[in-house]
Write a protein that binds this ligand. Structure first.
Ligand code: HEC
Ligand SMILES: [Cu+2]
Length: 374
């Protein structure tokens, strides 16, 4: 991670919504990898085709409105499309039939414009877009993969991550053929630069949608189903993603962060995440940990290597190393951690973490302990 928390670019729109500083870029137009690049090409094609069709339509409209016919351009009386049902003459054909050579030239020209502009032109444009869309879909979709089975382990040469959507956070599990090497984190995906990563997407409750616009298109997380998505970043960076399917009151604060790092840094991070946190080095730290283990937090949270084994909330084993708290709601800082533990409902009303009654001393001890979990 080359940049510190404080100089992350702020997603402009989020700034307007008076959110705290966002971590990472969230734009489909700031492309970070091959899938997003293909989607970006499609976006550009649609933009330019749409723009050209709009300009053409308005130009024709302006031409039709501004054009004045010179008197000698007006069709002679006999050439006007009058009286088609023969009301003025007794002739059934009205003097000339509706179709064929008897029709006035101006009307035939008009009909040709309607067919060309109203049928041929949109059909051609939409066909071009359809073919381009199908090709892009084929290019960004994950290859048929054994991971689509709920319990399948990844092959040795695959990097596979299981992402489970929960109200309102992301459970993240790095899969491995060897169970002892599996580890869990939350709301943050680290991936090595230049490598295709497979995501197994599931839901723990309702339908969510995984969307990191700078890297890939959307994919739903559906209860009882497994969807596989591939993800790749071609440069180091931090991208912000967002749940893209309304899933409840705090849907808007269900963000995630993707951090792409050079392979060696990624490997070091992975090794650190697999390890259990270091045991407290002195009695003060031991007391901090005891405050956490003695609190209600352990009902919902796991810290590997301790008796905290709760499964309702994010795994906190290495919470101190994450960039954000509560699914992108707050940048991870000691102050925000205190604030979150003291009153989660103030930051994310309706989130499934209740305020836990405790003294100020306990709050400080618990926060001190969590900060050491790096
Ligand atoms: C009833 C279950 C429950 C209890 C009890 C609980 N939490 Fe949570 N906690 C959650 C849930 C659910 C979330 C995810 C909230 C969200 O982002 O919407 C969460 C999120 C968190 C996070 C943010 C983690 C991250 O990676 O974003 C921290 C830190 C945390 N809890 C600490 C604590 C502490 C400390 C206590 C005890 C004082 C505690 N929790 C008690 C359920 C619980
Ligand atoms: Cu959601």
């Amino acid at each position: 991670m080359p940049r510190g928390l404080t100089d992350m670019p702020v997603a402009p729109l989020l700034g307007l919504l008076a959110q705290p500083r966002a971590v990472g870029e969230q734009s489909a137009l700031r492309v970070g990898g091959p899938h997003a690049a293909r989607i970006g090409e499609l976006w550009n094609l649609m933009l330019w085709l749409g723009l050209a069709a709009t300009v053409l339509t308005f130009a024709l409209l302006a031409w039709a409105l501004l054009r004045r016919r010179r008197p000698d351009e007006l069709p002679p009386e006999a050439d006007r499309p009058a009286d088609p049902r023969g009301e003025r003459t007794n002739d059934e054909s009205g003097g000339r039939g509706r179709a064929g050579r008897g029709r006035p030239a101006s009307e035939r020209r008009g009909a040709r414009w309607v067919v060309a502009g109203g049928i041929v032109f949109p059909t051609v444009v939409l066909l071009v877009v359809l073919v381009a869309t199908l090709r892009v879909l084929g290019a960004v979709v994950a290859p048929a993969n054994a991971l689509a089975a709920p319990d399948a382990a990844p092959r040795a040469d695959e990097l596979a991550i299981e992402v489970v959507g929960r109200q309102y956070w992301w459970e993240v599990r790095y899969l491995d053929a060897e169970p002892a090497r599996i580890f869990e984190t939350a709301n943050e995906l680290r991936i090595p630069v230049g490598r295709r990563v497979l995501l197994r997407l599931r839901s723990g409750d309702v339908i969510h949608s995984f969307w990191v616009p700078g890297l890939q298109g959307k994919m739903d997380l559906v209860p009882g189903r497994v969807n596989v998505l591939s993800l790749q970043a071609d440069r180091p960076g931090v991208w912000r993603g967002q749940c893209a399917e309304f899933c409840g009151v705090q849907h808007g604060k269900m963000a995630l962060t993707v951090v792409a790092e050079p392979p060696q840094r990624f490997a070091a991070w992975q090794a650190a995440q697999r390890a259990e946190p270091a045991a407290p080095a002195d009695s003060a730290r031991l007391a901090d940990r005891a405050a956490f283990l003695g609190s209600g937090c352990t009902l919902c949270h796991t810290v590997r290597g301790t008796l905290a084994r709760g499964r309702l909330g994010p795994d906190l084993t290495h919470v101190g190393s994450r960039l954000t708290l509560a699914a992108g709601t707050l940048p991870n800082s000691p102050g925000n951690l205190h604030g979150w533990i003291a009153d989660p409902q103030a930051h994310k009303p309706g989130s499934l973490m209740p305020p836990v009654p405790m003294t100020t001393a306990e709050l400080h001890a618990i926060a001190r302990y969590l900060i050491t979990l790096r």
